[in-house]
Design a binder for this molecule. Structure first.
Ligand SMILES: [Zn+2]
Ligand SMILES: [Zn+2]
Length: 260
C-alpha cells in the first residue's frame, strides 16, 4: 500500500498546485491514500506574512475531490505550525468539521525567524536549541497525530550540524511521542535539498528506532506535482536499511502498521 501524508495545494500560501493535478499524479503513481495537509500557521508572525486560508472552502474542496476521484482515499489534513501556541484559534476554526489528520510542526523560532524556508542567516547553537525546545513544547501539548519534519532547518545546510548538545531534548521528544502514540513523520523533501538526507536525519531516525519508536508516516511535503512521489522508493529503501519494517496508516480507531 502506497501512502503520502504530507502535501500542499493552492490552499497553502506557498503552493500553486491544483488539487486535481496532485490527485491525478498520485493515482497514476499507484497511491491508495493521500492527505492534503494545508498550512494553518496561526501565530501573528505567520498570519501577517502568509494570511490564513479559508478552512470552510478547503473542506468543501476536499468533498468535491472525493466525489471526483472515488478510486483513491483523500484525507483532509492540516499542518498546524506552532499549534501549542495557537490551538484555541485553530480548534475554533476547525470545530464544525474536524480534519482527518493533524500534523504538528515548528516553522518559526521564538525570535520570529522562519527556519523552514531557505535560511538567510547563519544557524547558531541558540537557534538549534530554541527549535528543539519548541518541538518539545509542541509534543507536550500533543493534541495532534504526526510530528512533522523534525529537524527541517537541516535541509538547507550542506552538512548536518553538530547538535549533540540538544540530544537530551531530542530524546525527550521521542519518548513523549512514543508514549502519546504520535507518529514521527519521515519527510523526504530533504533528499532533494542541499543536505540530501531524510528529515529527521538518518541519525535521528536511528535514535527513534533504538528508543522503540515504531509509528512512522511518509510525507513528500510536495508543494508541486513534480515533487510528489519523487523520492518515495528511495525513502522506503532508507527505512529498510535502518531496520524499520513498517510505516503507519491512520484509521478512525488509531494506527495501522503497513509492511514496507
Ligand atoms: Zn512544514
Ligand atoms: Zn508542509
Amino acid at each position: 500500500m502506497k501512502i503520502d501524508y504530507h502535501m500542499h495545494s493552492k490552499f497553502s500560501a506557498d503552493s500553486t498546485a491544483s488539487m486535481d493535478e496532485m490527485i491525478e499524479k498520485a493515482i497514476a503513481t499507484g497511491y491508495q491514500e493521500i492527505a492534503f495537509t494545508e498550512h494553518f500557521d496561526l501565530i501573528p508572525e505567520e498570519i501577517e506574512i502568509y494570511g490564513v486560508p479559508s478552512y470552510r472552502k478547503y473542506s468543501l474542496a476536499i468533498e468535491e475531490m472525493r466525489r471526483r476521484y472515488p478510486e483513491i482515499s483523500i484525507l483532509k489534513g492540516v499542518e498546524l505550525g506552532e499549534y501549542h501556541l495557537c490551538h484555541k484559534l485553530a480548534d475554533a476554526i476547525m470545530k464544525n468539521s474536524p480534519p482527518d489528520l493533524k500534523i504538528g510542526s515548528i516553522h518559526t523560532l521564538s525570535n520570529g525567524k522562519n527556519i523552514s524556508i531557505p535560511l538567510t542567516f547563519p544557524l547558531v547553537a541558540e537557534d538549534i536549541k530554541d527549535y528543539y525546545e519548541s518541538n518539545l513544547q509542541l509534543v507536550k501539548y500533543g493534541d495532534f497525530d504526526i510530528l512533522g519534519h523534525l529537524g527541517v532547518q537541516n535541509r538547507y545546510l550542506t552538512k548536518e550540524p553538530d547538535d549533540s548538545f540538544v540530544l537530551h531534548i531530542v530524546k525527550e521528544i521521542f519518548s513523549l511521542i512514543i508514549k502519546k502514540e504520535i507518529a514521527l513523520e519521515v519527510n523526504y523533501s530533504g533528499l532533494t535539498k542541499p543536505l540530501a538526507d531524510l528529515i529527521p536525519t538518518t541519525k535521528h531516525l536511528k535514535l527513534y528506532k533504538d528508543m522503540g519508536g515504531k509509528l512512522l508516516t511518509i510525507g513528500s511535503d510536495a508543494h508541486s506535482v513534480e515533487s510528489l512521489d519523487y523520492s518515495y522508493k528511495k525513502t522506503l529503501h532508507k527505512l529498510l536499511n535502518l531496520g524499520f519494517t513498517h510505516f503507519s496508516k491512520i484509521n478512525a480507531e488509531g494506527w495501522e502498521q503497513i509492511e514496507i
